[in-house]
Design a binder for this molecule. Structure first.
Ligand code: HEM
Length: 442
């Protein structure tokens, strides 16, 4: 039985396109071949990509024993016990343990901390200063997730956390830390000074997190942070997390919990500040609340929510999700063999004209006009592996955007067109969305 068709470009071109400008590659393939196509990522095997909501529904609701996440490439960074790497029963058990700490209700309890972090970021901005929003947001989002995960109260070892931030920066901005590259070139790079430096940063990160775990175990120190909740949590059989499991989940939360959100905030600023009517309507809505509005009240605002959703639609920072077939499955009339990776393409789904009128236009009000189903709008993936941090990310984006729109006058200053380019695991705006602060209010 034949596989779905492939685009005419060579596997080399496909891999290069994927590593540099994935949106362009995906759009080109859809245009040339249609909704279902096969891509040969050199070193990663065959991927069959889907952007029809019915096919995506089948994949997302499929048996987790058949549709594995296959995130093995991330093991050297996140560890074998990371939620992202676990499958089937162990994955289900771990999610049950962690999910309650990321529920909407739980997240709203952190509103004041998120607002405080947003205000501290803005207080640090000087009029006339020019900055890239992505980098600025990245260090703020890392600080925030670090604080939510570890607590960072007076008793915390702040030097250790500063060192941990440096490690994450070094790892995530390292030229060789591109997951598209690790599998293919890792062996060839081994031994080079840059590769060596990456290994050292990974080892240092591991040491710092383990030191924190050992200290908490020894002192019994607890707070209202996620680490405390996880240390005291028990699986249904009464067992609790081992040091290795705890290490892997803490690293996973720090890694997954900041770059995606920061990159999405940069896209939001890019779109809102380049569409003055959107900014005006957003500010008018925020003004209805008055100066003492709580973070929870802010997060209830309809238009603000739509602005965030529209940003995640038009620029899904994670453009595809993937599942590796453990046995043959029939999708879209093709009999796909075990070992093939099937991948719903979030980016192409979000650009479908039969779902989104003028999909290339930034128009937040579309989310006020209709509700989209889980297989029509899915920036956070879906099914049993839907993003654990979805409520946190949405809440963070709403509050950060609201505080910037309320307190700051800024001007975008990218001279060249802002293009979607790969930055490690996310698709980021080229140039990072540079802006100049014109006025900072209270
Ligand atoms: C705008 C921000 C974010 C976006 C767009 C995003 C997107 C995603 C996507 C597409 C997946 C894969 C889902 C799948 O395979 O079906 C995922 C998984 C995950 N995300 Fe997020 N994410 C964001 C923020 C966060 C935050 C703040 C956290 C931290 C708490 C987080 C933690 C995770 C975890 C732990 C998983 C793995 C879930 C599993 O395999 O069960 N994410 N995310």
């Amino acid at each position: 039985m034949p596989m779905p068709p492939s685009p005419s470009m060579s596997p080399r071109e496909q891999t290069f396109g994927w590593m540099t400008r994935p949106y362009e590659l995906l759009a080109r393939c859809r245009q040339e071949v249609g909704d279902v196509f096969t891509i040969d990522f050199r070193g990663h095997g065959q991927y069959v990509l889907f952007s029809d909501p019915e096919h995506i529904h089948q994949i997302l609701t499929g048996d987790p024993a058949v549709f594995h996440a296959a995130n093995g490439l991330l093991e050297p960074f996140l560890g074998a016990h990371s939620l992202l790497l676990l499958e089937e029963e162990r994955h289900k058990r771990e999610r049950r343990l962690m999910m309650p700490h990321f529920s909407r209700r739980q997240i709203h309890g952190w509103g004041d901390q998120i607002e405080e972090v947003a205000d501290r970021m803005i207080d640090g901005w000087r009029v006339g200063e020019e900055m890239p929003m992505r980098e600025t947001a990245q260090s703020v989002a890392l600080g925030l997730i670090d604080r939510l995960v570890f607590g960072l109260d007076g008793e915390a070892n702040h030097d250790r956390h500063d060192a941990l931030h440096r490690c994450f920066d070094e790892i995530l901005s390292h030229p060789h830390f591109n997951i598209a590259l690790i599998g293919q070139f890792g062996e060839r790079l081994a031994g080079s000074p840059a590769w060596q430096q990456l290994q050292e940063s990974l080892a240092e990160m591991d040491r710092l997190v383990r030191e924190e775990i050992a200290e908490r175990r020894a002192t019994g120190r607890r707070g209202d942070d996620i680490m405390s909740l996880l240390m005291d949590a028990e699986y249904e059989d009464g067992e609790s997390l081992s040091d290795d499991e705890l290490r892997d989940e803490l690293v996973t939360l720090l890694a997954t919990g900041h770059e995606t959100t920061a990159t999405s905030l940069a896209w939001a600023v890019h779109w809102v500040w380049s569409h003055p009517p959107v900014l005006e309507r957003l500010r008018a809505e925020l003004a209805t609340l008055g100066p003492d509005a709580s973070p929870s009240q802010i997060a209830e605002l309809d238009y603000l929510q739509s602005v965030v959703l529209e940003t995640l639609r038009i620029n899904p920072v994670v453009p595809i999700i993937a599942r590796e077939l453990q046995e043959p499955v029939q999708i879209a009339g093709y009999e796909l063999p075990a070992g093939v990776t099937v991948a719903p393409v979030i980016y192409l789904l979000h650009r479908r004209e039969d779902l989104y009128d003028e999909p290339g236009q930034f128009r937040p009000s579309r989310f006020l006009e209709r509700d989209y189903k889980h297989n029509e709008f899915m920036p956070f993936g879906g099914g049993v592996r839907r993003c654990l941090g979805m409520h946190l990310a949405l809440y963070e984006l709403q509050i950060l955007l609201a505080r910037i729109a309320t307190r700051v006058e800024l001007r975008l200053c990218d001279e060249e067109e802002v293009r979607p380019v790969r930055r490690m695991v996310t698709i980021a705006p080229s140039g990072g969305v540079r802006f100049e602060v014109e006025r900072v209010g209270a």
